[in-house]
Design a binder for this molecule. Sequence first.
Ligand code: T4K
Length: 378
Amino acid sequence: MIDEIIRVTEPDLPSLEELHPFLEKIWESRTLTNGGAFHEEFEERLQEFLEVKNVSLTSNGTLALAIVLKALRLEGEVITTPYSFVATSNALLWNGLTPVFVDINARTLNIDPEKIEEKITSRTSAILALHCYGNPANYSAIEKIAQKYKLRVIYDAAHTFGVKLKDSNIWSAGDASIVSFHATKSFNTFEGGAVICSSPNLKRSVDYLKNFGFKDEVTVVGPGINSKMNEFCAAIGILQLREFERLKDKRRAIDGFYRDRIPSEIACPFQYVPELSEPNYSYYPIFFENEALRDKVYVGMRASNILVRRYFFPLISSFPMYAAYPSSADENLLVAKKAASTVLCLPIFSQMSFESAEKVVRELKRCAEASRPTKTSF
Ligand code: T4K
């Protein structure tokens, strides 16, 4: 047992001194939500930061996704990945859409474009792909398929804030992307999210739908919901943006520390794809030989106060709402099943010390050694 609790992640926070003047402005203006000054400023600053034109802030990533699916007026079936947080598919169900699960690529852990076409039917209206752990999906292959079958493409980019590609902007892929600013993400506004839209018309629809469908005081243009970002979260966002790159560097250092010290005989590290010029280092997944070994290490490390997590186990397709779908059958999702049953996410966050990272490596080695049938020393 180690003396401190090391969580899988911890949120970045601005200092209270920096926050105070923002709170004073909110108190003075008494505008707490519904598109206040900080909301407008944060939206603009995000557009600059992400180098995009059409950002719509939301109260969280899940509703960002549910709303953009609604704004695109999708129907029928949507091709998606089972290896994600359950919010990805739940947003489809909330829109009366049927997820059709396609297996993932073993190297990227993203939806495998080579397996998409066989799942397209006359009812398919879109592809909802994930950039898993911030590793970009194969957007050019997905784009080709979408054009051939006239499908919409939406990216769940909940993990992707701050990720940069060598040759293009990750936010320009598809019709829209959504991002999460949840406390556990590389960039947080406590709770929050955004839709990044390819067109101003789509942004307008999203803006209406997140505000009950109101176009003006008396006109409701669609079945909207309430998913506005409030002034407190927007103020936090403005402050967090100032520090993002510096904090990313700190996570990069922890990522490098693990890469140098965890032997591949214990577990394989997650590999970034070559298209990536800059990850955001918000997750550190490793993959064991088999589920039994992974679970022994999981239990052992948690017993030692290192609160590792198994993102994304179990697969979305195994939850009761989805398990009966033909596309949820095990033989359809062999790669995803293997990833879900062998993954373990190690702690990584900007405030993490090298001393804590050292403890993680030491406990990982100890638990892995204790769990192997034939003892090898790491
Ligand atoms: N799409 C994808 C692919 C996603 O991963 C997510 C969210 C979404 C969509 C939806 O976006 P949001 O609607 O959430 O904006 C967490 C998060 O709640 C969830 O946002 C995230 N994905 C998912 C991958 O992870 P849990 O159940 O693991 O959270 P929890 O509370 O166990 O927190 C994990 C660790 O973080 C804890 O050990 C402690 C630490 N923590 C957590 C919170 C909330 C803190 O230190 N401070 C905190 O305030 O789901």
